[in-house]
Design a protein around this ligand. Structure first.
Ligand SMILES: CC(C)(COP(=O)(O)OP(=O)(O)OC[C@H]1O[C@@H](n2cnc3c(N)ncnc32)[C@H](O)[C@@H]1OP(=O)(O)O)[C@@H](O)C(=O)NCCC(=O)NCCS
Length: 177
């Protein structure tokens, strides 16, 4: 079983910042992912991170989580916004995503956060309990600042406790994460 470390993003020091940027740059290789050379987040800085290290102390797996409130027709809901899930290419296929997410889910549920959301592919996250949701999403394009309301094929939800997921528009109150 891997040791899964937890850290608040505000506690990240210069050396861990370097290691995070290195892992994120290694794993995320689309042209726009070049941002990870200079910063350890894509659009927004997350509040929490979970990490796994290899035998030499190098980072090999990572999950970031945003502490967010979304608007729904049933009222505001605090959510864990899961982002920047990655595993170093030499350590993939060993269940590290499932392990890191399972640790994060227990921690988040203990803080009474009812739901985790992420943008991703179900082939990676279905076995961790995520399912696609079809609600229209209201969100802002971080570049153009334009707002739109439309469903996403990529947004997935996992209840962290018994929770009735609402129908209707989900307002991200900002950009995707
Ligand atoms: C996506 C990524 C994190 C998966 O890492 P991993 O170590 O292979 O993950 P795990 O071994 O924990 O596998 C998790 C699930 O994903 C599935 N999976 C992983 N890679 C897959 C692939 N290429 N094709 C199909 N399924 C895949 C696994 O089979 C597993 O599903 P299961 O539990 O139903 O068997 C890794 O490939 C990565 O870092 N990619 C680059 C960054 C990225 O795209 N992150 C996702 C952002 S949403």
């Amino acid at each position: 079983m891997p040791v899964v470390e937890f850290i608040e993003d505000v506690a990240v020091d210069a050396e861990l910042d370097r290691q995070l940027r290195q892992l994120l740059s290694t794993c995320f290789t689309k042209p726009e992912d070049i941002v990870f050379r200079d910063r350890r987040y894509f659009h927004l800085s997350p509040r929490w991170r979970w990490l796994v290290r290899g035998d030499g102390g190098e980072l090999i797996a990572h999950v970031a989580v945003h502490d967010k409130v979304i608007g729904t027709i049933a009222g505001d809901v605090r959510i864990a916004g899961v982002a920047e899930v990655c595993v170093h290419p030499q350590h993939r296929g060993q269940g590290l995503v499932r392990e890191v997410l399972a640790t994060a889910h227990v921690w988040l549920a203990a803080r009474d956060i009812p739901v985790a959301l992420l943008f991703g592919d179900k082939k990676h996250y279905a076995s961790s309990g995520y399912r696609n949701i079809t609600n229209p999403l209201r969100c802002q394009n971080p570049e153009t600042k334009e707002w739109s309301v439309k469903p996403s094929d990529w947004i997935m939800m996992k209840p962290l406790r018994v929770f009735d997921w609402p129908a209707g528009v989900i307002d991200l109150c900002g950009s995707g994460f």
